[in-house]
Design a protein. Structure first.
Length: 309
């Protein structure tokens, strides 16, 4: 699974009602937001056809049980898909999931597709079958990130609007062919969004989640620009009253990656980042599940490099 898939999964759950209120306010108005929601992703896995089938899972999908405000035990199932690249069989795939889920639960099911692809093409949301007088039409809800207005997102009180704004930055690769210019624009945009996050009256845990998404969803082409960004964030956090620091952001990312730090260079890169931001050996070991010997080796290498410079 790609890093951005993991980031989407990590940001949807803590902001789920905010997400729903932003992308589908009519549905959100019918939901009892006091009742606990149930994420049923394992159930969705069971509905996927075997590997090799054309519906094979390649994108982020979630199955969520939501209770309505009727006061009864009535509930609906929301089938949510985050699609980063349009596929011709997508509508058929959506219908296939709906069909199997309804067959299993016999309860109202609504479906929502989030298109994150960096273009303004409006995608069809209908699957049709027509054979000799017998017909079927399945329609699902869509939300296209690229079509959302930047100014409206920046001014929106809903914190999930900032997630959408961050995701929109993938369009910079298409807009700016010069990599250095693209990085300069991305740096300015990321810093602007960082200030918006810090100004939000949110719990620190939610701010940390938003900053993680900002840090890693759209990457810089050149590592020195990532370093500049981290330094600017350090300056921002030192000038405002917040408990969130660059170290805590990196620690949050280590939690997010967890066992995904499989490659040697990925492990060492994360360790080096945490060391450079004053993380202790104990914090690194708890959050990255690497060996003490590896942490010691990376720390010695950094110290040696500093002495030589």
């Amino acid at each position: 699974m790609k890093q951005n898939d993991t980031l989407w999964k990590g940001i949807l759950e803590p902001f789920f009602y905010d997400f729903l209120s932003l992308v589908d306010p009519k549905l959100a108005a019918t939901i009892d937001n006091i009742r606990e929601i149930t994420f049923m992703d394992k159930e969705l896995v069971q509905q996927r056809p075997a590997a090799g089938n054309k519906y094979e899972q390649k994108i982020v999908d979630k199955l969520v049980k939501l209770y309505t405000i009727t006061g009864n035990e009535e509930y609906i199932i929301l089938h949510l898909e985050v699609q980063d690249q349009y596929r011709k069989n997508f509508n058929e795939r959506m219908y296939g999931y709906f069909n199997r889920l309804y067959d299993k639960y016999k309860t109202p099911i609504t479906a929502l597709a989030i298109f994150t692809e960096p273009n303004n093409i409006e995608r069809d949301n209908v699957f049709k079958i027509n054979c000799n007088g017998t017909s079927l039409q399945y329609t699902f809800n869509t939300y296209k990130i690229a079509l959302q207005d930047n100014n409206a997102l920046m001014q929106h009180s809903n914190p999930f609007a900032l997630v959408v704004l961050i995701a929109k930055q993938t369009a910079l690769k298409k807009k700016y062919k010069d990599k250095q210019l693209r990085d300069e624009v991305l740096l300015a945009e990321k810093l602007k969004i960082a200030r918006l996050i810090m100004d939000k009256q949110l719990p620190e845990a939610q701010k940390e989640s938003l900053m993680n998404f900002l840090f890693y969803y759209v990457n810089f082409e050149f590592k020195n620009n990532q370093f500049i960004f981290e330094q600017r964030i350090n300056q921002l956090t030192s000038n405002i009253t917040t408990n969130m620091t660059i170290q805590e952001i990196l620690i949050g990312q280590a939690k997010l990656q967890g066992k995904r730090l499989g490659k040697k260079e990925e492990r060492e890169g994360m360790i080096a980042k945490m060391i450079s931001n004053n993380a202790t050996d104990e914090q690194i070991l708890n959050l990255t599940e690497v060996t003490p010997a590896l942490v010691s080796r990376v720390r010695k290498r950094i110290e040696k490099s500093v002495r030589h410079n």
